[in-house]
Design a protein around this ligand. Sequence first.
Ligand code: ADP
Ligand code: ZN
Ligand code: ZN
Length: 802
Amino acid sequence: MTYASVIVDVPAKQTDRVFDYEIPDKWEGFIQPGMRVVVPFGPRQIQGFVVGLKETTSVKKTRPISNLIDISPILTQELLQLAQWLRDHTLCFTISAFQAMLPAALKAKYEKWIIVRDRRKLPPHLELFFDSSDRTRFEDFEGTGHYRLIKQLIDDEILEVYYEVKDKLSKKTVKVIVLSATKDELKEAKKNISARAQAQHCLIDFFLETGKKRIEKKQLLEELQIGTSAIGALVKLDILQEVDDERYRDPYAHREFAKSEPLALTSQQQEAISPILSSIENEKHEGYVMFGVTGSGKTEVYMQAVDAVLKKGKEAIVLVPEISLTPQMVNRFKSRFGSDVAVMHSGLGMGEKYDEWRKIHRKEVKVVVGARSAIFAPFENVGIIIIDEEHETSYKQEDTPRYHARDIAMERGRFHRCPVVLGSATPTLETFARASKGVYHLLTMDKRMSDQGMPTVEIVDMREELREGNRSMFSRDLLEKLQIRLERGEQSVLFLNKRGYSSFVMCRDCGYVVECPHCDISLTYHRISNMLKCHYCGYEEQVHASCPSCDSDHFRFFGTGTQKVEEELTKLLPSARVIRMDVDTTSKKGSHEKLLQQFGDRKADILLGTQMIAKGLDFPQVTLVGVLTADTMLNIPDFRSSEKTFQLLTQVSGRAGRHVLPGEVVIQTYSPEHYSVELASTHDYLGFYQKEMLLRKSHQYPPFYYLALVTVTHQELTKVVTVTERITSYLSGQLSKEAVILGPVSSPIARIKDRYRYQCIIKYKREPNLHQALKNVVEKYQSQMDQEKLAIHIDLNPYMLM
Ligand code: ADP
Ligand code: ZN
Ligand code: ZN
């Protein structure tokens, strides 16, 4: 008897361990670690992951596995192990770690198919399963005792597994004509069909001569040069059938990618790449920080390093921040590596994501370019991991497991003995501090590719503008510069920091602000629907004509959305053609790319947008970048607000003058003297780093201290307060005197979806007891968490303190 050790899908403390199940005879030799199965658990049937096989078990009464979910392992041995690491380092349950590694499609409903890859080698007794088509449902083999043989045939690439994911978003089907008559029946039919129905004869002859059983309708029509009515006639006679067949959805298939050749590296690039190449060559895990100003040619270095990896027959993982936002980056990789590249990002439909994942799983591609979760790409021979724009906060997952892609990259890099490259013009303080200490190797690229060097940056004090009577959101300076670009036929980019700019509604007489009844946050005005919406829970209501509190008519929208900027812009510069990019104009699939394409084709003079235009854009004709207000980000309650402001301003400025034409940047601000604004304007990362490090040290923040955030939520305020109080006092008993515990306090957003939120933050340097203490907390409240819907979130190394 063989047993399978299974992690069951019950995310709870008590079940976070392996359970042993019997493998029924029919599945002996078929079930492997990394497959999902259905097992009896108490009275229920639930899902689980097989993590190991064994000959004996210490469990007295074992029960058999009831069913299979996967037909081949979906997690590699390495990923199974990595889940343990995630569990220990983010305090999640193993099952949550597994789930995080899979594309969403595999968690949804799908059908399992077995497809014939090589019909010639198919054993004769299996032929009847595939006589009418090259695929058959996995369930058709139930009771046949063929499972072990099927596994063997899958391993030998004679059969293959296909999960058909139902995907409304991007379901792509083609019409296929299937023959449903035998040869004799065909000959018989030919006799009965009128000789004048030439096309029908032609069709029958085709099936008789080629022996084909199914063919795409389009192809058939083209090949025989006949119309659809002949097919229809034969369908009526039950000779042919017309069916929908699902196809690979390749979102990039329709596009041509001109092949690009590696460029001759500059000496600066050469210096940066050579240590990476030697790590690849010597199969050595090393961390590199590629600290390169915007436009210094980092991407070219990435691609050549990837090329070296491919030449060694290995694979590459390239993470880019939310890639749908940077189609240019995808294009560059696609044109260099062609069909070797899989692309994974949130803009894809569930089925599309699965298709891309499957290409990796089947080793059809060697490179994955993707957002955060692509770090779990099931490659087995990784030769390099690159994280571009490593400072991006989207690399941190805000749900369980609360991991940072950078940490996973290092862990996988250690396993595969390969280099990990963290690239940025503005590395996080954590990363740069590690580079300074020699934990990572620092590779500096301080020169831009273009001869123009860094753009000149001018800071405009908006308070001054107001004093001199300019109430517009455009300073005179910026307006004049925009005007000049229009005259010269050059392009400009205008950047609006969304945060703090969302348009809330306030009464000018009594100060009343319309808030969400379920969350302690103001509602945002949406012009298109003329509604007020909550961005946290989706609540919406009608716009009031007058103040609900004092009945005043002075009830207006505050803040400036991109729409308002656009309106003012067209008033001030009527001849300017403006493209606006924000959540409203880009919510439709592919619209983001279309807008960028239009701008690239010079169909507009000004690109106006939010954060989403800050990154990765590279347009030669852009010579002016304007930041409408630099300081909205400075005012958020987060110790990283200066760092984020500096990063953003640097990124945005980097969009100007990347090519032949020199660039200019105008930053409008209400706090021109703030060091993050000042130092960004002089492109002084090192100056910023030093200044900010001093502040972090004196305020005991990372990278000098670690942080842990415990958030408690519940529908009753008294409940969250008491629980958070108890947790805080328990923790202070467990930790050393050096640890600082802040709290309990209300979270910055005190209520979301009718649940109150309280938190405590722990700052510490070395606390060997902390993890255990936090685990104990979760364990202690486990039963309440189930019954009373109390929720306790633990985030080690939080990025959002909200
Ligand atoms: P980064 O990723 O650092 O912002 P890019 O890789 O986008 O910089 O490079 C900026 C520009 O310089 C791009 O247009 C790129 O094609 C070009 N470039 C990069 N390396 C070279 C090179 N060795 N020779 C010529 N042009 C280069
Ligand atoms: Zn009022
Ligand atoms: Zn709400």
